[in-house]
Design a protein around this ligand. Structure first.
Ligand code: MRU
Length: 346
């Protein structure tokens, strides 16, 4: 989905899916920042990979131009880490690249660039492996014939490969082909309708697409057995920032006795953020909300005042379990997440 070549990053432009499969070639930091901010590439682990590749790209281009790659890496990191504020993976991946650059600086510019390129590629491989492990753990939670509701897009597009919440659905479906997905369209940018359906279709997993507002009715009718979502940042107390609408689903799931699971790699856990209230929530442009058209006509007045928070924070008390590559973590998350991170570091 995203590849780093010598001086170029290529990726599938997610803004055009499902109508068109077109790859973008990015050759500058500005282009990578724009691709992340405009959601050509999106999803917490995937923007972490793009950020790491962006730092390596800047260093490579500086080397080729006879400039200082370490300085270029620092400037790129500063621009990339603020491209989107909510997913911790972006800042985490960029900072890890800077730490590596410092470690190898004494070995000369060639070595520095090669190290950053290798590290960006191995981060992608590591995220895919983490997702596969999340799927392997998470499938144990899913009963026969499950009807799993998911929100936004958490598949290979969002992670670099395999997927988190979609990875669990995928693994559960491998074990039991009668497992089906219920896909929230995910207003305003329709990541569920455009991307999750596209991925499920390619995987041969049956699904039903619903408007976000239909989830309560389906749960009340017993047509949802589980809810599984991804995460953009998991705070130390287990509160989870994820795509706007996730919090509402968690409230509904609690009311209807439906288990509510979060699937995310440990790279999304941020112990330095105490709770969901401390997570910066990205506010996006009003046009994303009021620009929607019905039969070619604007559906809202062009000057309608709009609120457009791209994410919300779901309190830990509404979450049945968090699934990482280390296993299934139950409340109290203050304890179990720390243990997961310690295990990840050892
Ligand atoms: O704004 P987006 O499309 O980047 O939001 C993505 C999500 O909220 C995903 O659910 C989250 O990043 C988990 S991706 C495995």
């Amino acid at each position: 989905m995203i590849d780093l070549g010598e001086g170029v990053i290529t990726l599938l432009d997610q803004r055009l899916l499902p109508a068109e499969e077109r790859r973008l070639s990015l050759t500058s930091t500005e282009e990578v920042v724009r691709a992340i901010a405009s959601l050509a590439i999106r999803g917490a682990p995937a923007i972490g990979v793009a950020g790491a590749m962006g730092v390596a790209l800047a260093a490579r281009r500086a080397l080729d131009a006879g400039d200082d790659p370490a300085e270029a890496a620092r400037a790129a990191a500063a621009a990339l880490r603020v491209a989107r504020p909510t997913a911790v993976n972006l800042g985490w991946a960029v900072d890890a690249q800077l730490a590596r650059a410092r470690d190898v600086a004494a070995h000369g510019p060639q070595r520095l660039v090669a190290t950053l390129e290798d590290a960006a590629r191995s981060l992608q491989g590591a995220e895919v492996r983490r997702c596969e492990q999340i799927g392997a753990h998470g499938r144990a939670l899913i009963g026969r014939g499950a009807r799993i509701l998911t929100h936004c897009n958490t598949g290979a597009l969002a992670t670099g490969g395999y997927g988190t919440a979609l990875g669990v659905i995928r693994a559960a479906h491998e074990a039991d082909p009668t497992v089906r997905a219920v896909v929230d369209e995910t207003r305003p940018l329709l990541q569920g309708a455009r991307l999750t359906t596209w991925e499920l279709g390619r995987l041969g997993i049956a699904y039903t697409l619903i408007c976000d507002s239909m989830a309560a009715s389906l749960m009340a009718d017993g047509r949802v057995s589980d809810v599984i979502v991804g995460a953009d940042r998991i705070a130390a107390n287990g509160d989870v920032a994820n795509k706007i609408g996730t919090y509402g689903l968690a409230v509904l799931a609690r009311e209807h006795d439906v288990p509510f699971y979060v699937a995310a790699p440990t790279s999304t856990v941020d112990l330095s953020t105490p709770s969901g209230r401390d997570i910066a929530i990205e506010e996006r442009s009003a046009e994303e909300v009021r620009g929607v058209q019905l039969e070619g006509r604007p559906a809202a007045p062009s000057d309608a005042p709009v609120a457009n928070p791209a994410f919300d924070a779901t309190p830990a008390r509404l979450i049945s379990a968090i699934i990482t590559e280390r296993g299934i973590h139950r409340p109290p998350f203050e304890r179990t997440l720390v243990a997961a991170l310690e295990a990840a570091e050892s």
